[in-house]
Design a protein around this ligand. Structure first.
Ligand SMILES: [Fe+2]
Ligand SMILES: [Fe+2]
Length: 307
């Protein structure tokens, strides 16, 4: 038991059991299916370009497919740092509670599986759409290696907080895909669902690990962890900005038309804003994340705009 209410009712053994019950395989999710590229694949709200009058319907469709790609491409690469981050937590207390260690390793293994799911989705999107997508993270892995090292240089609590936010965000993405069933591709919706059912267990592990770390920290240290979270957020947001530029490059290549500089800049800004809002904003603004933030440090939470 911890003094934090956000851990109420949580313990490691039931998390392992739930994780075993909901587990899936990448092949089982895909079942040799493809995405339907004749229609939007993700909700248009994810793209946020409906108000840009210089884009026609065909442009909007390509941008929608770009966003479906960017989402899996970015998540695949962001999740790379999670297994080494969790391994660090496990080795801090080796010979600890068996259920805790199993949970941490299982959580890490699931993230490795998610990377495979997203990598497959990137490939199948390219096959289904009949063209490639420009990507920020290069095939050689230099950029993801650099980002992973940067992320691992931040405090364990800051890292757990960004993971928790991103994971609560995946719940929103799944729920939106169900409510917006008419605009979300069936395979894509299944992929979001598969991801969330495992992330739902991870949010519980995060809560327990966050509480254990927080109990060893002073009020000042807890507040400082939110500065660290903001620094991690800025690091991640810079990747969103880069990928937004790649989306415009893909659009120009696929549609075979040049955009005037002012329209191109406006489009990059809109795409960057929607990537940030949809991938980080929904998690950092999620009520369940706010609950944890507030209880850890009201002063720290206020830095995120959480009252
Ligand atoms: Fe994941
Ligand atoms: Fe996760």
């Amino acid at each position: 038991m911890t003094r934090y209410t956000f851990t109420r009712g949580l313990s490691y053994a039931p998390i392992v059991a739930a994780s075993e019950r909901v587990a899936w395989t990448v092949d089982g999710v895909f079942q040799d299916r493809r995405f339907d590229a004749s229609r939007p694949i993700v909700p248009p709200s994810w793209v946020g370009t409906a108000g840009l009058r210089f884009l026609n319907e065909a442009d909007q469709l390509v941008l929608n497919h770009c966003r479906a790609f960017s989402y899996v491409h970015l998540l695949r690469n962001f999740e790379e740092f999670v297994p080494p981050h969790l391994t660090g937590s496990a080795t801090d207390a080796w010979h600890d509670d068996r259920a805790r260690l199993r949970t941490l390793f299982r959580f890490g293994e699931e993230e490795m599986k998610h990377q495979q799911l997203f990598e497959r989705a990137e490939r199948v999107l390219e096959e289904s759409c009949g063209h490639g997508f420009r990507r920020f993270f290069d095939d050689g892995g230099a950029r993801v290696t650099e980002m992973t090292q940067n992320l691992l240089g931040h405090s364990p609590l800051g890292r757990f907080l960004i993971i928790l936010a991103l994971e609560w965000g995946t719940q929103r993405h799944y729920v939106e895909s169900v409510h917006g069933a008419a605009v979300t591709d069936g395979l894509y919706a299944d992929l979001l669902k598969a991801h969330w059912v495992e992330e739902a267990q991870h949010t519980k592990v995060d809560a327990l690990e966050i509480a254990a770390l927080a109990e060893t920290m002073s009020a000042e240290e807890l507040t400082a962890a939110f500065d660290d979270l903001l620094a991690i957020g800025a690091l991640v947001d810079a990747k969103f900005a880069e990928q937004a530029k790649r989306e415009v490059e893909t659009l120009v290549g696929v549609r075979g038309r040049d955009l005037p500089d002012d329209e191109s800049a406006k489009l990059v800004r809109a795409l960057h804003a929607s990537l940030s809002a949809n991938m980080a904003g929904v998690g950092l603004g999620h009520p369940r994340f706010a609950l944890v933030a507030r209880e850890l440090s009201a002063e720290g939470a206020a830095k995120l705009g959480i009252a």
